[in-house]
Design a protein around this ligand. Structure first.
Ligand code: AMP
Ligand code: GLY
Length: 432
């Protein structure tokens, strides 16, 4: 039996998922809402806002969609799953993504820190402050070891974390977030935590509420500048696999982090069906949770999903039917790298609408669209992160060289990319 699938979202992550799902013989019609110029070429884009659940529900019925894959965190945190489950006309539709309560793993840092503390999941020691305890918070950060990490409790589009280097800065940031409501509702509560020194990686699972499968891990490059400098972005590139994620290290991740997290969710009565993204710090070979996300990462998906050799739609259906316990995922042993081409000014203010040229000249890469739009017969920029160029290689060097060669061929006014994605790992693996 074939099925109609709707992917909610419009980034490189959703294009990468769409490309894989499209290859499945189980896929009849594929829709993306709202999608981008890349998804338009392989699926039907539906011009619907990701928070317009009523409209999403209506098209699911009209178009006989039976599987809904939710890409970004915002509709998950707003309860898209709860909306579908509460409507008898929509209850038959299977959803990949947790309900509002489960999505708090990402949408409330206070919730996730409490869960980790209660179930002894390794993470940085922390304390949460609110308007009522601001004064106490100020005294606390003044005495905290430096640097000290301050995190807005709620969703802040990746901007809610500040690593303060001085006590004065920490006091200012805490006051700004709580008293001045820097991130609105999201910073009514602030988590203050110790700084973990180590190397980061992203680990992903798909959980059906009972069992789970481990997806390939990845490393994301968050800073705008080469050599990991400048402000944080949504991600400037990624690589998978990660050489320091050895079988021994991943075993620790499973036993100390993944399984205790799933146990914690079950013990709290939270049925969790969907992806969990574990943002981890490897501190001298020991994994610590920096954050949870209730979805796949972007741009990590652009390297993780292309490495999936199994039928990705079959995997999602197995998840929806709670059959992941006898599901085995086949993964390519190749290395995948992706380089993100971004707009001038990103992650600050940037302009949109520039015509993109050179798309037809790239070879040996998968081009995933992030912020693009079809404008007549032109493809124009429509976001800060614009295109992700994914390449495969037997080594990191070979893959990144292809991603970078393709990046050079694509142009628009002000396009920028980091030329050093994954170079730190090449250095690491070259150490005898
Ligand atoms: P988050 O939004 O929680 O992923 O945080 C953004 C970035 O801040 C992370 O990717 C880390 O690089 C950094 N970060 C967050 N928490 C910590 C921590 N406790 N120690 C060191 N770095 C951190
Ligand atoms: N690449 C980090 C994220 O998706 O949050």
């Amino acid at each position: 039996m074939t099925i109609n699938v709707l992917i909610v979202g419009s980034g490189g992550r959703e294009h990468a998922m769409a490309a894989k799902i499209k290859q499945s013989p189980l896929c009849s019609r594929l829709y993306v809402a709202p999608g981008n110029a890349g998804t338009k070429a392989i699926a039907e884009n539906l011009d619907i806002d990701v928070l317009d659940f009523e409209h999403i529900g209506k098209v699911c019925i009209e178009k006989e969609i039976t599987l809904l894959v939710v890409g970004p965190e915002v509709p998950l945190a707003a309860g898209i799953r709860d909306y579908f489950e509460a409507d008898s006309n929509l209850q038959h539709i299977k959803i990949i993504g947790p309900g509002k309560v489960g999505a708090q793993l990402e949408s409330s840092k206070d919730f996730s820190k409490n869960l980790m503390k209660k179930y002894n999941i390794p993470t940085a020691a922390s304390k949460t402050f609110t308007t009522d305890t601001l004064q106490e918070g100020i005294e606390y950060v003044k005495r905290h070891t430096l640097p000290v990490v301050l995190k807005a409790d709620g969703l802040a589009a990746g901007k809610g974390v500040v690593i303060a280097e001085t006590h004065q800065q920490a006091v200012e940031v805490l006051t700004d977030m709580i008293a001045q409501k820097k991130f609105g509702e999201a910073s009514k509560k602030v988590v203050v935590e110790e700084y973990l020194q180590g190397i980061e990686l992203s680990v992903f699972i798909l959980s059906d509420g009972q069992s789970y499968i481990l997806l390939p891990e990845a490393k994301d490059y968050k800073r705008i500048g080469e050599g990991d400098t400048g402000p944080n972005t949504g991600g400037m590139g990624a690589v998978s696999p990660v050489p320091f994620a050895t079988p021994e290290f991943l075993q620790k991740v499973k036993h100390k982090i993944i399984e205790p997290t799933l146990h914690a969710l079950r013990s709290e009565g939270i049925a969790y069906s969907g992806f969990i993204f574990f943002g981890l710090m490897n501190v001298n070979g020991e994994p610590f949770v920096i954050e949870y996300n209730a979805r796949m990462g972007d741009p990590e998906t652009e390297v993780v999903w292309p490495r999936i050799e199994s039928d990705a739609l079959e995997m999602l259906v197995a998840c929806a039917e709670k059959k992941l316990n006898d599901y085995t995922l086949k993964i390519s042993p190749q290395t995948a790298t992706t380089v993100m081409l971004v707009a001038e000014g990103y992650p600050g203010d940037y302009k949109k609408g520039y015509e993109i040229s050179g798309l037809e000249q790239v070879e040996d890469v998968l081009v995933f669209h992030a912020g693009t739009k079809q404008d007549g017969n032109k493809i124009v920029t429509n976001g800060g992160r614009v295109l992700a160029l994914t390449a495969f290689g037997e080594t990191i060097e070979k893959a990144i060289q292809k991603s970078n060669a393709a990046a050079q061929r694509i142009h628009w006014s002000g396009r920028y990319y980091r030329k050093d994605i994954a170079f730190d790992l090449i250095k690491l693996t070259n150490i005898p």
